[in-house]
Design a protein around this ligand. Structure first.
Ligand code: SF4
Length: 351
């Protein structure tokens, strides 16, 4: 039923066309694992400088485990999905304390580490250890759906896709096969564009034979995501501004931000900001000029944040999750992209 020649055709195409990527020049499981973590939800072009910079600073899994989470988040800053960084850090610690510094080469053991799911486990096992495990992400799912002529990616069809890939990775280069399908999905079998004439599997592909390959698989329309409105305070005291650290366990956990509050039911942002900064941050402020509005989108919601310039009324102590910092010191702290947009608003105002 399965055409084993397909694996050969795919590998032959890969040998001639594979993308030249830094993590393809190594078999080190640490580096391969790091690249796969960074590549989740992030484009290859974005990941490359982050990957190179990370390895310049943290050459081994041991050095990650010994690092401070704040330093790691600073290197990750701007790539988003910060839980990936935190999980990688906790997994590195587990590798040191539980596995004596050696990255496990058994699928189930490796998969039990924080942040490791089927995809990353399959990728690391196949690429670094040459074990025949499939790794299935959106690219794999799309390419194989097209080969098999699958329109609805139901649970039953997801199993078919898994079983198909499981069968064709049972060769001597499973890691290359997983990466080859990734490259086919990224370069010639894209969501909205296909180049079947250049595809090594065009003669075995049901979607191509149908001459309507883009109809496979059917597009899943995402639900509209909600919008949240917030007000943020840029609180000044002399040369200093106040920043606050988010709790490590929540969204954007461990990152720094300007104090802010969510607005509901059309409340007056100035009044609410003053009250909430007093309640939550124990600071008495005078809310000043509205510096403008920024928009930022996360996976599950959008945010509109209005920034207000505020003045601290008198010198007050703040708790350890907050800091008074000079503008010149801000680059020592990791902030989300949304916060960097707020800083730009302030800088525009002060040019
Ligand atoms: S033949 Fe066309 S539709 Fe089929 S996998 Fe290749 S590029 Fe995609």
């Amino acid at each position: 039923m399965y055409n084993t020649n397909i694996s050969k055709e795919i590998l032959c195409w890969y040998d001639k066309n594979k993308r030249d990527l830094p993590w393809r020049k190594t078999n080190d499981p640490y580096k391969i694992w790091l690249s796969e973590v960074m590549l989740q939800q992030t484009k290859v072009e974005t990941v490359i400088p982050y990957y190179n910079n990370w390895l310049k600073n943290y050459k081994t899994i041991q050095s990650v485990a010994q690092a401070n989470l704040d330093e790691l988040l600073k290197i990750w800053e701007g790539m988003g999905y910060y839980s990936r960084c935190k999980n990688f850090y906790h997994a590195a610690k587990e590798i040191i304390y539980k596995y004596n510094g050696t990255i496990p080469n058994q699928f189930d053991v490796f998969k039990s580490l924080p942040g490791v799911g089927d995809y990353i486990a399959g990728a690391v096992m196949s690429i670094a250890f040459n074990h025949p495990h499939p790794s299935i992400d959106g690219n794999h799912r799309r390419v194989i759906s097209r080969i098999l002529g699958i329109k609805n990616v139901s649970r039953y069809n997801k199993n078919r896709i898994y079983n198909y890939l499981k069968k064709i990775v049972e060769i001597d280069r499973p890691g290359d096969l997983n990466q080859a399908i990734m490259d086919i999905g990224s370069t010639i079998c894209k969501p909205k564009e296909v180049f079947c004439d250049f595809c090594p599997i065009q003669f075995s592909c049901k979607a191509c034979v149908s001459s309507k390959p883009l109809e496979y698989p059917k597009k899943i329309y995402k639900k509209k995501i909600p919008t949240r409105n917030l007000a943020a305070a840029l609180i000044e005291y002399g040369d200093y501004i106040l920043i606050s650290k988010r709790p490590v366990d929540g969204q954007l956990g461990g990152l720094w931000e300007l104090p802010n509050i969510e607005l509901k039911n059309g409340e007056c942002p100035e009044k609410l900001l003053k009250k909430s900064i007093n309640n939550h941050y124990a600071c008495t402020i005078k809310v000043g000029k509205n510096l403008g509005l920024i928009h930022h989108t996360f996976t599950h919601f959008k945010m509109n944040i209005t920034l207000f310039r505020c003045l601290l009324k008198h010198d007050q102590k703040v708790d350890s999750s907050m800091k008074w910092v000079r503008w010149s010191e801000l680059d020592q702290y990791a902030f989300s992209k949304g916060n960097h947009k707020l800083f730009l608003l302030y800088q525009k105002e002060n040019v």
